[in-house]
Write a protein that binds this ligand. Structure first.
Ligand SMILES: Nc1ccn([C@@H]2O[C@H](COP(=O)(O)OP(=O)(O)OP(=O)(O)O)[C@@H](O)[C@H]2O)c(=O)n1
Ligand SMILES: C[C@](O)(CO)[C@H](O)COP(=O)(O)O
Length: 224
């Protein structure tokens, strides 16, 4: 079986409010995207790594790799307007059959265990996504400006890697973009596939706001 990792890093990180795109911000001395690639490179299944980056950042990334002596082999693919289009570009670059894990570049703390479980479960079930139970209460915002409580027991929080049979995910991504496509599972589900849930990790945070980088630095320090 052949394994692939599409690592999407084509965003601009508006919520981070940093002049440098968040995937390049330093975590434990190197761009956080390098930690993410290293996590997949440690996987014993040897996934082929495809990195999706905004075209205007390809040469900057090359410079960063040289500065940090980063030599893990990976293909660099052009990013798209939304995450959806970036994933689609990454999938297009896969020519063979196999299992593909789509992962946010900005989740650098993903563990080797979660990566391996994702590939194994997707191989058996056709797909799988990691989830964790919410620890806050949740409410639905209604159109009339009011709100109502949601049952927390009916909710789960979705992470990446989201892992699929390559042919299935490529086919699912043939549809035009819709606003509700916030992840790969929502795209596959739209094509009629049942989505299988596996246990995610609290430390597998998505670095989105400035505080997240501080939290990731603590997690990273405790890991080393
Ligand atoms: N056009 C895009 C938009 C997002 N992503 C990637 O998808 C992941 C999750 O997206 P998000 O956290 O929203 O990143 P940004 O879009 O960069 O952040 P923001 O929404 O705050 O601008 C990130 O690794 C991001 O680089 C991508 O590859 N291509
Ligand atoms: C894919 C994702 O990380 C799953 O939780 C999430 O949907 C990405 O959302 P974003 O708004 O692109 O950060």
């Amino acid at each position: 079986m052949k394994y692939y990792a599409v690592i999407v890093a084509g965003g601009s990180g508006n919520r981070m409010q940093s002049s440098v795109a968040k995937q390049f911000l330093l975590l434990d001395g190197k761009p956080l995207l390098m930690h993410t690639i290293e996590a997949f490179n440690r996987c014993p299944l040897n996934p082929e790594i495809l990195l999706v980056l905004n075209i205007h950042q390809h040469s900057y990334w090359e410079e960063l790799c040289a500065v940090h002596n980063f030599d893990i082999y990976h293909q660099v693919i052009k990013g798209g307007e939304q995450r959806f289009h970036s994933v689609k570009n990454g999938l297009r670059a896969i020519t063979g059959k196999g299992i593909v894990a789509v992962h946010d570049a900005v989740r650098p703390l993903v563990s080797s265990d979660l990566i391996l479980r994702s590939y194994r479960n997707a191989e058996e079930l056709g797909n799988c996504i990691p989830c964790i139970p919410p620890s806050d209460s949740a409410r639905r915002l209604l159109n009339d400006g009011t709100n109502e409580a949601l049952s927390r027991n009916e909710l789960t929080l979705v992470q990446t890697p989201q892992t699929f049979n390559v042919d299935v995910l490529k086919k699912a991504y043939q549809v035009p973009f819709r606003n509700e496509f916030t992840d790969d599972a929502s795209v596959a589900e739209y094509s009629g596939h049942n989505i299988y849930l596996i246990e995610g990790e609290r430390k597998n945070i998505k670095i989105t706001y400035p505080e997240d980088l501080e939290i990731a630095a603590i997690f990273m320090k405790n890991r080393n």
